[in-house]
Design a protein around this ligand. Structure first.
Ligand SMILES: [Zn+2]
Length: 445
């Protein structure tokens, strides 16, 4: 039984793994064939068509949805261009790999370098927008300003394309500093807000090697997703060839994303595919039985209690009580019963005085007590010696032990005292105890 269960569990991933490997091999073979002159190119394994209106926000850095990618699929994105010096090198590297990406262009940059925008388009990449002026604190801007930034950015890139076409309705907010208002506005315009699944920190002042490390580590950690890079950074230019090479070595595949149009329908997907970690057959929680819906068989309402069922003590609870200051209102009369004082009836208040003979201890018993006291003293002495031998020589502690280990002296009066008064008897023992305690406290300081 157990073996068959495990057999079943093993077969499934193995089949999936084989299918994945075959798919990966097929994709790589196809990409090499698709990239003539570049046998080591990673290529572009497939293109997916997405409908922004159906999925207005994506990217797990901010949202719980992302692109419907398979395991080991990567979408490359580049922000902030075009800046000829570096953007052109990025385009060359991607061309050498036949890898298609999405470029989120800044309107002002497009205005300064419209040819750069057309280069991106002519290379077959997706042209998207990234606002007009790239405001760093867009979440602090009045919503009208944000709307203006978004619309001007689209207008500038549209003008740079100069062929009557508009950029893809994909929008990335600068610094990913989006707000609900911005997202609502974008959705109303049919724009898809792209966050990312992982950055590689290439906008920070870090070496190219660090950019490479972060890209690979974070991609491996999530297994797939949208990688956020910048085509205006020299460190990105330096890191990108290594990143693409390593992605290929590790079996990752590049996916190109384009928007759906009237004559290009969206790639069919299931809603669960848009979640980074959709519930799967192997996730235990999805196998828990659902809580059944209990249908009420009895009457819907319970009988109203009779007034006589209510105890008089609780009747006061329903009466609104006067407020005392600003605290919780208290009932004027406590609803719980007062404690009654029980008067002694008939029983005598005093007990008889015990007879003196009660305290008499026979001579034999006294001897036994002394003997056992002596034994205890001997044991305590031996223990004290052991402790000394163990080099616990701090003086107050030893004194404490010594006084505690003096039952003969203590036992003497204790044994002789009983007849005189009970109050005197415990004194030496209490003294020893007090000494011991004070010593212990002193030792802890
Ligand atoms: Zn940016």
């Amino acid at each position: 039984m157990i073996a068959s269960v495990f057999g079943g569990l093993w077969r499934r991933p193995l089949t999936a793994l084989c299918a994945g490997l075959l798919g990966s091999v097929a994709a790589q073979a196809a990409s090499a064939a698709d990239c003539p002159g570049h046998p080591d190119a990673i290529g572009t394994s497939r293109t997916i068509v997405v409908d922004p209106r159906a999925h207005p926000i994506i990217g797990t850095m901010q949202y719980n949805k992302t692109l419907p990618l398979e395991d080991h699929e990567v979408v490359l994105t580049f922000d902030d261009g075009p800046l000829p010096k570096y953007s052109n090198q990025i385009l060359d590297i991607l061309a050498a790999h036949c890898a298609k990406a999405t470029f989120f262009l800044v309107g002002r940059q497009a205005k300064d370098n419209p040819a750069g925008v057309r280069k991106v388009r002519d290379a077959g990449h997706t042209v998207a927008t990234h606002t007009q002026n790239h405001p760093s604190g867009m979440h602090h801007l009045p919503l009208d300003r944000s709307k203006q930034e978004i619309e001007q950015g689209i207008a500038s890139v549209t003008a740079a394309l100069a062929d009557g076409t508009a950029p893809a309705p994909f929008l990335r907010i600068p610094g990913l500093r989006s707000t609900d208002g911005i997202e609502e506005f974008a959705a109303s315009k049919g724009l898809q807000v792209w966050s990312a699944d992982f950055p590689a920190d290439d906008w920070r002042n870090v070496p190219a090697a660090r950019v490479y490390d972060l890209a690979i580590q974070r991609l491996e950690a999530k297994g797939k997703g949208i990688l956020l890079l910048h085509d205006i950074q020299p460190r990105t230019v330096a890191a990108l060839p290594r990143i693409l090479h390593e992605l290929k070595v590790r079996g990752f595949r590049i996916v190109h994303v384009v928007p759906a149009t009237a004559d290009r329908p969206a790639t069919p997907t299931e809603p669960a595919q848009w979640l980074l970690h959709p519930p799967s057959e192997t996730v235990a929680i999805s196998r828990w039985p659902k809580i059944p819906k209990f249908a009420s068989a009895g009457p819907a309402a319970l009988p109203v209690p009779a007034l006589s069922d209510l105890d008089w003590r609780t009747s006061g609870l329903g009466v609104p009580a006067p407020r005392r200051g600003r605290g919780v209102p208290l009932p004027s009369v406590a609803p719980w019963p007062r404690q009654t004082t029980l008067l002694p009836t008939g029983t005598s208040a005093s007990l008889p005085v015990p007879a003196a003979s009660l305290f008499k201890i026979p001579e034999s018993a006294r001897m036994t007590m002394l003997a056992s006291s002596a034994r205890r003293a001997a044991t305590a002495q031996a223990r004290s010696t052991e402790v000394s031998a163990a080099k616990l020589t701090d003086k107050p502690r030893r004194n404490g032990r010594a006084s505690a280990a003096q039952p003969p002296a203590a036992a003497g009066p204790a044994a002789q005292a009983p007849q005189s008064a009970g109050a005197n008897a415990p004194k030496p023992a209490a003294q020893a105890k007090r000494n011991g305690r004070s010593v212990r406290v002193a030792g802890k300081r």
